[in-house]
Write a protein that binds this ligand. Sequence first.
Ligand code: NAD
Length: 370
Amino acid sequence: MKKRIAVLPGDGIGKEVVKGAIEVLQAVGERFGHQFDFSYGKIGGTAIDAAGTPLPDETLELCKECDAVLLGAVGGPKWDCQPPHLRPERGLLKLRKELALYANLRPTQYYSSLSDTSPLRKEVIEGVDMLMVRELTGGLYFGKPSERTKQNGEDAVVDTLYYQKDEMHRVIKLAFELARKRRGKVTSIDKANVLESSRMWREVAEDLSKRYPDVTLEHMLVDNAAMQMIKNPKQFDVVVTENMFGDILSDEASVLTGSLGMLPSASISENGPYLYEPIHGSAPDIEGKNTANPIAMILSAAMMLRLSFGMEEEAAAIENAVNQVLDAGCRTRDIVSFGKKQVSTSEMIEEVKATLLDNEAILNIMGAYA
Ligand code: NAD
């Protein structure tokens, strides 16, 4: 199979982890006989420096022409003082809107080999298998007005939480469909005791649940959800929530796997192309140190193979390779623990590639760490 992939490394460690995904995809191509063509585009601070805008038109056009988009991360202190429309994050928000990426899927899974890197007890996280479905193109991050203003001569500010009912409907429906293929439970998270938008969200979820009698729907207030996710994360199957709640809760969920560097994501639209990115940011504190964990990005590439190209076996091969490398005790700095071998970003990428191409090879490499 031949596929064209738009690659947007972005800023900071985005560039370092994207390199890992590309090399692993090349290994997949070699092993399974596929051709992946990679076309590079600029986004975020890198694009501001080169073209004066966080999302140049050619980047957007490139994404629209390709079968899928792989993105690293955007942002960094260098651009923190830019006016709002010229901040790196604006580029990503605009890309999501332009590609109509209405839902972001964030799987969180328990890795038995990482049970010692999570701050939570093993019995709390053992068996966690949760899929967060975050609404991605509405809510507070897109509502207008969003500006500084004056009220009776005093400085004031406004951000707007705006949703149309059909925007809620399509993402909650997706959650029900996904739950049907999993353990049959949807937890809808809102703040219906305070926000009108959440009350509409709850009504939409209730209406939809009548069409899915095989799926159990429960509602949970976001403050309680933040607590339950730490106290009893195993109770969750599919979690669906609006944009900002999902943004915050998915970072919290990363604690369950031990690091932000472990969580992949897929952003999907009605007509494609889909976009795949790790949930973490550009991590300026570790940029250029060759210590970033590339696994979230590599697993995002696996999601791309599965969801955009229907390559289930190839996706599973990447996931198995990652599992084997972790089981063998290979760790980047964020997930290292007593008795394990710390490796750099590039060494971790090499380990995953070697495992993917030749299981014997990885056993030899890891033998040196025993
Ligand atoms: P961050 O996710 O970049 O980093 C938070 C912490 O996690 C840091 O200590 C970092 O070192 C660590 N971390 C993140 N990814 C890691 C990885 N792969 N391996 C090892 N450690 C990792 O969040 P932040 O520090 O709040 O934000 C930094 C910049 O990234 C900001 O400019 C922010 O706007 C941007 N950001 C971008 C995205 C995105 O591109 N989707 C998402 C979040 C934040």
